[in-house]
Design a protein around this ligand. Structure first.
Ligand code: ZN
Length: 163
């Protein structure tokens, strides 16, 4: 009897993520399956909903609009700074991720979007924000989460606690 995917179960999936043009943006192909705790918001909401009720061996193809994916792009999260305002470290390159301190003191991830001479454009939107996501997923395993995992809200490794 195989379990179906529902909140509080640990699920392993293999997946390929493509954009509207069919270009592969991310895949677990050739890598380990992705393991996550269903219902905990670790994967994008549109994919989590599509997997609900599925079981081992099921294949799921789903199109996820930005609002159920990594969100719509927010133009206010794009800022231009001068090179001297970037903290000392490796030379900034397009695509590089920088950690800054947000207005509330929480860490804020920024991506280097563009460099024009001394002017650097930083983008606080997730790189996949605004994109429609096309997932192909194969369900690899489903098991009940342990009490510890449910309590912590994340998956623990095969040998128990890893953090
Ligand atoms: Zn834990």
């Amino acid at each position: 009897m195989s379990l179906t995917i529902e909140s509080g179960r640990v699920v392993e999936i293999h997946y390929t993520l493509r954009d509207d043009t069919g270009e592969v943006m991310d895949t677990s192909d050739g890598d380990e399956a992705l393991m996550y705790l269903h219902g905990s918001g670790h994967i994008v909401p549109g994919l989590e909903r599509a997997l609900e009720g599925k079981t081992v061996g099921d294949a799921v193809t789903v199109r996820v609009p930005p609002e159920d994916g990594y969100g719509v792009r927010d133009a206010e999260r794009v800022l231009r700074v001068s090179r001297k305002d970037i903290p000392a470290g490796p030379e900034p390159e397009v695509g590089m991720e920088l950690e800054a301190e947000g207005p509330d003191g929480d860490p804020l991830m920024l991506w280097v979007a563009d460099i024009q001479g001394d002017e650097i454009t930083l983008d606080g939107n997730h790189p996949l924000a605004g994109k429609t996501l096309h997932f192909e997923v194969a369900v690899h395993s489903v098991r009940d989460a342990t009490e510890d995992e449910k309590h912590h809200g994340h998956v623990h490794g095969p040998d128990g606690h890893h953090h």
